[in-house]
Design a protein around this ligand. Structure first.
Ligand SMILES: [Zn+2]
Length: 245
């Protein structure tokens, strides 16, 4: 609860406070608005997401014009050992192999690369290092939208461990695969045994047809359009994809 004025404050101070509050709130709103696609993979959760009758995957976001050339660039930043890099490469390769019209291209993460990659991936030691989420966080994707609301770029953070445990390389690959799913426009699945489920322990390691359909639907303006060269970004009409059980 925030009270602006009480008996002891002069009118000028109140006015200043109102201004300060206004500008702080505006700044906060901008920060929130610019990362509205944040999705977190967690190790455990007490509350379930709004479960419905069907097994479904939510659609989060739609790529903008950057995907029109069929290429998504990515870079792995920071000092990442070869094994973890390979896990990320394997995760990306799996998506690449499964979506015919999108190719992932690794680009340098150095400053010579003036163009920001479409997907930037970095590692942290454990969930404690996530700024906005709890220590149970295994991975997080922040999706930056352009001013029309289409995906501009994504920042993925993967934890090397969490809650006192170090993840094995297979788990890191699964987290990476899940986070790339977010980067492609997916929200979470409302059921276990799926790559996009919120809990890493119950996540599938493989990409199913349902995730592929959800990616196609999310980016239907380019992935479901035969005449893709004369289309411009548009949002899908659906917000969820129902998965066959
Ligand atoms: Zn997630």
């Amino acid at each position: 609860m925030l009270h602006l004025a009480d008996n002891g404050q002069s009118a000028v101070l109140v006015k200043e406070l109102v201004f300060i509050l206004f500008f702080s709130l505006s700044a906060l709103a901008i920060v929130i608005l610019s990362f509205i696609g944040s999705s977190t993979t967690i190790l455990a959760a007490d509350e379930e997401e709004d479960f419905e009758e069907n097994s479904l995957i939510k659609i989060c976001c739609t790529w903008g014009i950057d995907i029109a050339d069929g290429i998504l660039t990515y870079s792995i930043v920071g000092d990442v050992d070869a094994e973890k890099k390979e896990a990320v490469h394997n995760a990306i390769q799996d998506w690449d192999d499964n979506i015919e019209s999108i190719k992932f291209e690794e680009v340098s993460s150095t400053q010579e690369n003036k163009n920001r990659p479409d997907i930037q991936i970095r590692f942290v030691n454990d969930g404690e290092q996530f700024k906005d989420e709890g220590p149970e966080t295994a991975g997080n994707t922040k999706t930056r939208l352009d001013k029309s609301g289409f995906i501009d770029y994504n920042t993925i953070i993967i934890a090397e461990g969490g809650l006192g445990k170090t993840f094995n390389i297979k788990t890191i690959e699964t987290i990476a695969k899940h986070e790339i799913g977010h980067a492609l426009g997916l929200g979470h699945a409302n059921f276990g045994s799926n790559l996009m489920t919120t809990k890493i322990e119950s996540a599938a390691e493989t990409i199913s047809l349902c995730e592929l359909e959800a990616v196609r639907q999310a980016n239907s303006w380019i992935l479901m359009n035969e005449n893709e060269h004369d289309s411009s970004p548009s949002f899908p009409e659906i917000t969820t994809v129902i998965c066959e059980s």
